[in-house]
Design a protein around this ligand. Structure first.
Ligand code: CTP
Length: 425
């Protein structure tokens, strides 16, 4: 459960498009994250998905029209909902509701609620490609952007009407992510964050490599969390099965040497570096140019390995103003190894965890991390979602940058930040 969405009041406006069923998935994601969700549907939307589906999943009565509800005070319910909302989502948003909202028309419950809402509004257009590309629709979307509304661009692909092009409702996971971003305080605004994630692969021959089971989830969660908090984020990522986080500049790499090049190129322009990547310490000294054949059944093969560059140690040696966070995955003696790495690599903080358990470390969605600081302090975090651990690590970094080493705060961090205001939840 994400702490950021817990008990936040979200209204989902569903307008009449074939993608209305996908709003059900968004609703499920929001409920799973602990949000309170209310659904308001246009009359046309009810032709695509029955209100009872949304009612059952949200646990709340669905609003389907201004005068349909017989309950007392129902005719002003949408105004109340608008006032109580922390965020309003419209998914799918048809050309019609987009036009009404851009113009300020209020002739049904959803368009009226939109005008009455002071909370952030996230609009997810979905329609036929020609309609989406029509100058009138583009003009209206542009107007909504100008008015400060968040637009989640539709994807491209084959649409229900058979045409191929842009107009398909964005993925529920992306919509969920943008909602999280919209509800997150921008306490990292202007801060430049460099994150590394995933494993590296060191070639043995053209079809084989040495690697490790790092999934990249922790690093991707940190990159996404920092982006949600307003940072400029660059993510240098080894090969993983994760979608690049929205709004993050992702630099894909394969081996330790490539990761080192990419990180060194970015280092000077970073304020904060978080190295979650599980970098190979050794690589085959002479990778074969062609596939190695197994040959004689009794013959043994030796693989000669050489050391790769220790990227983080190099950064520690070179660092000036940057705040450096390392990660340590250990199978035993966590504290001793973590503290050794903290000092050997000249880090400001290290996040360490024991690997080899089902609920923490490689591949898991949760992690149990201990934080060790330069000044000798230690903090043990309970088992938590990697996305929550990511925010907590960012909270702690901000805490330290603000309170302990204020001279580290680069000039480009806004004054509001330096004054030590809220550092996240
Ligand atoms: N790291 C790095 N470059 C390497 C190896 C590690 O930048 N060639 C970084 C990792 O990204 C991590 C930290 O150093 O932030 C610790 O990595 P880890 O593999 O736990 O430790 P090592 O220094 O490799 O030591 P050992 O393998 O002996 O535990």
């Amino acid at each position: 459960m994400s702490q950021r969405l817990e008990n936040r009041q979200i209204v989902i406006g569903v307008s009449g498009g074939i993608a209305a069923y996908k709003a059900v998935e968004v609703l499920r994601l929001l409920k799973r994250a602990g949000a309170q969700v209310r659904v308001i549907m246009t009359e046309n939307a009810t032709q695509f998905v029955g209100p009872v589906t949304f009612e059952a999943l949200s646990g709340n009565r669905v609003c389907t029209g201004l005068f349909k509800d017989t309950e007392k005070d129902a005719s002003i319910r949408h105004i109340e909902w608008a006032q109580e909302a922390d965020l309003v989502l419209v998914a799918p948003a048809t050309a019609n509701i987009i036009a009404k909202y851009a113009l300020g028309l209020a002739d049904d419950a959803l368009s009226t609620l939109l005008l009455a809402a002071a909370a952030p509004v996230v609009i997810c257009p979905a329609m036929n490609s020609q309609m989406y590309e029509h100058p009138a629709v583009q003009r209206n979307i542009g107007q909504l952007r100008q008015d400060g509304r968040i637009i989640v661009e539709p994807g491209a692909g084959e649409l229900a009407c058979g045409t191929v092009g842009p107009g398909r409702l964005a993925d529920p996971a992306e919509i969920f992510d943008r909602i999280c971003g919209a509800l997150t305080e921008k306490d990292y605004a202007g801060v430049r964050v460099l994150v590394t994630a995933g494993p590296t692969r060191e070639a043995v021959d053209p079809v084989r490599f040495l690697s490790n089971p790092s999934s990249g989830k922790m690093g991707y969660a940190i990159a996404q969390a920092a982006e949600h908090r307003g940072a400029h984020v660059t993510l240098v990522s080894g090969p993983v099965n994760l979608s690049p986080p929205v709004g993050v500049r992702t630099v894909p790499v394969i081996c330790a040497q490539e990761m080192a090049h990419a990180v060194f190129a970015e280092f000077d322009s970073a304020d904060l570096v978080i190295k979650t990547a599980a970098v190979a310490d050794f690589r085959p000294k002479d990778p074969a140019a062609h596939k190695i054949k197994k040959g004689d059944p009794n013959e043994e093969q030796n693989l000669l390995l050489e050391r790769t560059v220790d990227i983080l140690k190099t950064l520690g040696d070179r660092k000036k103003e940057q705040f450096l966070v390392g990660f340590a995955a250990e199978t035993r003696d966590l504290e001793r190894y973590a503290r050794d790495k903290l000092s050997a690599k000249n880090l400001d903080m290290i996040a360490a965890n024991i690997v080899g358990r089902a609920d923490a470390g490689f591949g898991a969605d949760t992690n149990r991390i201990s934080l060790f600081y330069r000044d000798g302090e230690k903090e043990e975090l309970p088992l938590m979602e990697k996305s929550d651990a990511a925010h907590l690590i960012l909270d702690r970094v901000l805490d330290r940058v603000l309170d302990r080493i204020p001279d580290r705060i680069p000039d480009r961090i806004p004054d509001s930040l330096k004054s030590g205001t809220s550092i996240g939840q």
